[in-house]
Ligand binder design. Sequence first.
Ligand code: UGB
Length: 582
Amino acid sequence: MLLNEGQMHLFEHWPEPGVDDDKKKSFFDQVRRLNSSYPGGLVSYIQNARKLLADSKAGKNPYDGFTPSVPSGEVLTFGDDNFVSLEAAGVKEARNAAFVLVAGGLGERLGYKGIKVALPRETTTGKCFLQHYIESILSLQEASCKMVDDGCHTKIPFVIMTSDDTNALTIQLLESNSYFGMEPSQVKILKQEKVACLADNDARLALDPNDKYRIQTKPHGHGDVHSLLYSSGLLEQWKSEGRKWVLFFQDTNGLLFNAIPSALGVSAIKGYNVNSLAVPRKAKEAIGGITKLTHVDGRTMVINVEYNQLDPLLRATGHPDGDANCETGYSPYPGNINQLILELGPYIEELKKTHGGISEFVNPKYTDSTKMTFKSSTRLECMMQDYPKTLPPSAKVGFTVMDTWLAYAPVKNNPEDAAKVPKGNPYHSATSGEMAIYRANSLILRKAGAQIADPVVDTFNGQEVEVWPRITWSPRWGLIFRNVKEKLRGDSSISQRSALAINGRNIFLEGLSLDGTLIVNSVDEAEVKITGHVQNKGWTIQHVDYKDTSEKEEIRIRGFKFEKVEQLEVNYTEPGKHSLSA
Ligand code: UGB
């Protein structure tokens, strides 16, 4: 098969039979793995590569024949009546959902040594992203079952796509933390395989420079999630359980679950087969733009155009300024945050046709303008948000735009790169990711009626950010806006230098005035009232330089740490009514 596809060079250096037989056998073991993990096998991979490499050499634009225009979608305003009713609809649907986290990426831009889902989402509680995601899913599961009076005991399935780079550490994180309270049987790990590297325009496979019996491999991208789900059999199993929705999300967006209930509500009410979450996008921001594409032959689709392709596409189609902000100060194309909600039935039907294969692209770095040779080997790549590209025009593809402060704060950039981000564009760093949690929680509490002090501006690792009171809560306290409002029962106020960590379901703020640090932990069966004035020296914020290797990497990349000078910590471990009257 390899010989038929022009891969003779793989064997040219092989010594006669009897020499290096073990190594030759392991070469074929690898070939077998590469063959079985790609839809259509290695032959398809090589043929697809040859075609895409020829297109790339010819400078063919994948969007040839398409004209972009601004699509229309649902635009939600946090806290208004529509938002509140969509959240309720979404929570009700959640028991019919399954969640899929794509976490196979190493996060090269962030430069962090560990896996990104193990990073603290914020350092007031220190809870990592994975813990927050799991606690959010468990809270949705419980709240959703409570809304229907049919003895629902569903366990929402949670799939994590890993890769060789992240698999062992992800499993270790789950196992050493008892799956953060989720039943282990609810969690399924699907590991993506890397794909073969390509050495030249003829799609000759590249050998590993350090091992002539190994084909060099690189990641294929998050688009693998569709073929893995298809071949796992999970989709059919979910369908037989009556599930309706599959929600895909990425590794480090600490605000994401603020957006999930209402977006799922939109999917359910609008009957969307595909619903992408989006936020207003600054021109040139490194997130894709959701775009309506109309082909000369009349076909249209609403699809993500990746950030490096949007500008050339616009320039080539009569927009001389390319990817530019309009009078609102934002790009007219909403930013794709790669949170997709797919309706399970139509998704399965589509995958039966494609087997999960997703439209691919190749991005070779040529040595010169003749485009004859590559600087280093390349490979085919694919993105999960390209799924709608193969859908028929009848498919209902929509999107939902929410405020960035509420829904999107990924941790992607290392401190040096973040500090170079043009002024006004988001940093997408560990610093901004954590500060965004405090900002969102402060704004949500304000909207619910609490008096939250204004932020101060400070600079950490060269990034100027707003520092709001460090307010955090567990998902089972404030899953949706209605829950937050129910827990605020009197006039409460929180000063700028304060930190508040709420960890428990039934903790009611009944006229709390906080100036310092307050940590409240309670078991779910307890009902705790907090009133009065809490004042202490609190936690101060210390600057940390990212080059200071005496600090842990998790701290260095955010550029600050808390000095815990004084705090009030209360723990309610017994069921029943309690009150803290400070
Ligand atoms: N990932 C995998 O699971 N496997 C892989 O092989 C690669 C990645 P990046 P990217 O929301 O900010 C995406 O690298 O690809 C996981 C969208 O394409 O963080 O540059 C990885 O672990 C873009 O349109 O992002 O850009 C992570 O969870 C925009 O939405 C996820 O895939 C952008 O994200 C994304 O990988 C964004």
